[in-house]
Design a protein around this ligand. Structure first.
Ligand SMILES: NC(=O)c1ccc[n+]([C@@H]2O[C@H](COP(=O)([O-])OP(=O)(O)OC[C@H]3O[C@@H](n4cnc5c(N)ncnc54)[C@H](OP(=O)(O)O)[C@@H]3O)[C@@H](O)[C@H]2O)c1
Length: 265
């Protein structure tokens, strides 16, 4: 039976870079994203050019029933998942009181509920293969208190914490759980623009999705529990433990006040 890597949020950005990275290592793919996001074309391109099997599912992961639909699709098609990559995420920037209620709920559903439930539902399948792995895409935001990223950062803090605990539990089943916490990634046009106008140190910490995808897949295959890609990101993490709170407040406020008052990126 062929085994597959299931990647959520694979239509663009980091998820697409991960799909190409796995395909370049000759791994078969099941790609997930919202309808009309170009998944059929991407799947076809990878299938034709990279000589791997590619399947896709277009559904909204903010709806719990669609997580069950993924499980049913895997079961009905008799597919084996070797690697599960929880990448789909809703990013945001904006003051909490200005965020729409529906948006906040969707962000929590996609960033927290969907990865948790997908792991729960697919675990019985994953357990049936040797050396299986789960790769969860979190963020550096999971470590810091960031104004204008309060809900996003908290969803990622959940994912990092959940993954670290789960990694310990699933060792019994020889399943590794790797969490990657990137800083800025040049994924969407808007992020590319915002990343260019950051001050020197944060700007230097930004990575291209292709480079971060390599780091993520290597870490997953080496069964590392947590990876922070890029030297500057590791440095920022270490500095965060040393700097007093008032200095951190000054730094984050200065950085964040540079951006226009847009809520959603
Ligand atoms: N970009 C950064 O600076 C950065 C930094 C650290 C961590 N990350 C994390 O990396 C991951 C990918 O980020 P990105 O920048 O590549 O984001 P992106 O370009 O906005 O892509 C997000 C992906 O998630 C999918 N998605 C969003 N909502 C969905 C839903 N309701 N149902 C199904 N799929 C949905 C999108 O599908 P559609 O194309 O169909 O909308 C897309 O494929 C996220 O988890 C993010 O938190 C990003």
């Amino acid at each position: 039976m062929k085994s597959y890597v299931l990647i959520t949020g694979a239509s663009q950005g980091f998820g697409k870079a991960l799909a190409l990275e796995f395909a370049s290592r000759k791994m078969n793919l099941i790609l997930l994203a919202l309808p009309d996001s170009g998944l059929p074309q991407l799947s076809n391109f990878i299938k034709l050019n990279m000589n791997v099997d590619v399947r896709y599912l277009e559904l909204d992961l903010s709806l719990v029933e669609n997580c069950y639909a993924v499980k049913n699709y895997i079961r009905d098609n008799n597919l084996q998942i070797q690697y599960l990559v929880n990448n789909a995420g809703v990013l945001s920037r904006g003051f909490f009181d200005a965020l729409e209620d529906d948006f906040v709920l969707k962000q929590i559903a996609v960033n927290i509920t969907a990865p948790t439930l997908l792991i729960k539902l697919l675990l019985p399948n994953i357990k049936t293969i040797d050396n299986a792995a789960i790769l969860n895409i979190s963020s550096m935001a999971s470590f810091f208190a960031l104004p204008k990223k309060q809900v996003y950062g908290a969803t990622k803090a959940y994912l990092t914490s959940f993954s670290k605990s789960l990694a310990k539990e699933l060792k019994r089943d020889n399943i590794s759980v790797t969490t990657i916490c990137p800083g800025g990634l040049n994924t969407t046009t808007r992020l590319c623009y915002q990343n260019r106008i950051l001050s020197w140190i944060p700007r230097k910490s930004v990575l291209n999705p292709e480079d971060a995808a390599k780091v993520a897949v290597n870490a997953m295959l080496k069964r590392k529990p947590l990876v922070v890609p890029g030297f500057i990101n590791k440095l920022l993490l270490a500095l965060d433990k040393l700097l007093p709170e008032f200095v951190k407040d000054k730094l984050s406020n200065r950085e964040i006040n540079k951006f226009p008052e847009t809520n959603v990126i």
